[in-house]
Design a protein around this ligand. Structure first.
Ligand SMILES: [Zn+2]
Length: 247
């Protein structure tokens, strides 16, 4: 029994009840639970700067991680990696979801950060199995298909399942290269649910080792390069320099 502002769960993992480990989706040596563990660690670290109290847990389906706790935001997220050969980011939310605006933002931001398709905001009906593409602001009403979402809704909490991308396609490399970006976007989403803005430190937004050069000639002979440099300088351009490039 504890009080939190919100929660972030990792898809799958070790059960507190039985000790059994569920890796989630597996592709070669890569396991869904390991990937989301990295993402959630980043998100939690960003959230540490806010003073919010976030419940972090592994969501093994034999546990009821929300049980007995209280959450001021009445909402949180469970982070997963998809499998099955597709591509793109999607988010599954309760049929009666109250945070659709933030859901739309998150799935858009993550898909853009990865450079993959935005598969949208979805809900799924337990009774028919049908998947609904959500429209911003339009509420639906039925029993939710996914146990995580259903169990949370049963205790008055909105749980969104973010499927960052696919483990078994070219999405994987993009996810691995963007752990920090995805973790930050999830932290930002949780911050919004708790009415707190999180900004990425300025110096992390632009990679320090990337330079955009304006090239005005390429020569085999250094003398020719020198003479082009002088030419440009005499035209009034500053910052002209010779950079040696070996192909
Ligand atoms: Zn999963």
């Amino acid at each position: 029994m504890a009080g939190y502002n919100s929660f972030i769960f990792e898809g799958h993992g070790t059960s507190e009840k039985t000790g059994a480990y569920d890796p989630g989706a597996v592709y070669g040596a890569v396991r869904e639970n390991d990937l989301v563990d990295k993402i959630v660690t980043v998100a939690i670290n960003y959230l540490k700067t806010t003073g919010l109290t976030i419940h972090r847990d592994e969501n093994n389906y034999t546990d009821n991680d929300l049980g007995g706790n209280s959450y001021t935001a009445k909402a949180g997220i469970s982070v997963h990696i998809n499998a099955g050969g597709g591509t793109g980011t999607e988010i599954f939310v309760p049929s009666k979801e109250k945070y659709l605006i933030e859901d739309f933002k998150l799935v858009k931001n993550i898909s853009e950060a990865l450079g993959v398709t935005n598969r949208g905001v979805k809900s799924r009906d337990y009774n028919t199995g049908r998947i609904y593409m959500r429209n911003d602001g339009v509420a639906l009403s039925y029993t939710d298909y996914y146990k995580e979402i259903r169990d949370a809704w049963g205790v008055g909490i909105s749980l969104a399942i973010i499927e960052v991308g696919f483990i078994d396609t070219s999405d994987l490399q993009k996810i691995q290269a963007n752990i920090d970006n995805v973790g930050f976007l999830i932290a930002q989403y949780i911050g919004k649910l708790c009415k707190v803005n999180i900004n990425k430190p300025q110096n992390q937004e632009v990679s320090k080792d990337t330079y955009y050069r304006v090239v005005c000639g390429s020569f085999n002979d250094k003398v020719n390069a020198e003479s082009r440099k002088k030419e440009l300088e005499s035209e009034g351009y500053s910052g002209v320099f010779i950079d040696v490039y070996k192909s």
